[in-house]
Design a protein around this ligand. Sequence first.
Ligand code: SF4
Ligand code: SF4
Length: 276
Amino acid sequence: MKPESVKPKVAFFDFAGCEGDQLQVANMEEKILDLIEVVDVVNFREIMTERSDDYDIAFIEGSIASDHDAERLKGIRENASWVVALGSCAAIGGINSIRNAQPYDLVQDRVYGDDADKIEAWDVAKPIDAVVDVDGYVYGCPINQDEFVHVVESLLQGKDPNIPTYPVCVECKMNENVCVFARDPEKNAANIKQAVDNGSPAEAGPFCLGPVTRAGCDSQCVNEGTTCWGCRGLVPNPNENAHQEVLEKYGLSVDEVMNKFNLYFGWQQEELKNEQ
Ligand code: SF4
Ligand code: SF4
C-alpha cells in the first residue's frame, strides 16, 4: 500500500541487534539531505528525542527473539503502510541465528550465567518476516548506504528495488579478484578437505561463502583481501543459483559451503531444510 501523505513519515525501530545499521543511516552525512527532502523522519532513537506513533514506513533493525518482541513488531506493522527489514538480523535472522542450532540452555548459560533464569527468550532468533509481512529488504551487516537510499526511492516510486539474486562470486569475478580458494592452492586444498571431512570451521584456512551468498556488495570483503562471510544471506534457491563454476573447481557442494561457518545463515538453513 502506498503511503497517503505527500511526504511519507519514516520511523526506525530496533530489536535484537547491535544498531549498526541505524548507525549507517545516521552517518550518511550529505546523503541524508537527499533522504529528508523526500521523507519526514519522525522516530529515530539514535539521532532524535522526538517520538511519534504516526508513521508510514517503518524500518526495523534486529531479529525477533521473544514474545515481547513479536507483539511489539505486530503493533508497528499495524501502524505502518510499509515495513522494511534493515540489515541482516531483521532480513535473514543474521548473527543472532548462530544460536539457533545450539541447545537453548547452553546458550542462556554462556551468555547470562547465573542470571539466565531472568531472561525470557525464544530458543531461536527469527527474521522479521517470520512474524509479520514485510515489504522491502536492505541486506548486509552492516547495510550499504547507497542500497538503503535505492530501496527507499524504489518504495516511494512504487518500483521493486533492484537487489541481485545471483551470488557474490559473480561480482568478485567482474572485479578480477584472485579467488580465495586459489590464494594458496596447496594449503587451501588441504583446508577444504579438512572442512568437508570434519566440518571444523575454526581450524580451517581461507574459505569463502561467496558461491552461496547474495550479491549486491560488489564483493567488497574479497576486494579488500579477506573472504565473504555471507552477511547478505543466502542467494535465493541456493541449490539452483549457487556459483557452480567455483564449487566444481574446488570439489565443493552447496551444503558443504553453507555448513562451513554458519554465521548468518542459521534461520535460512532451517527454512531450506523444512522446504525440502
Ligand atoms: S569463492 Fe569467494 S573469492 Fe572465489 S570467486 Fe567466489 S566470492 Fe570470489
Ligand atoms: S563479501 Fe560477503 S561478507 Fe562481505 S559484504 Fe559482501 S556479502 Fe557481506
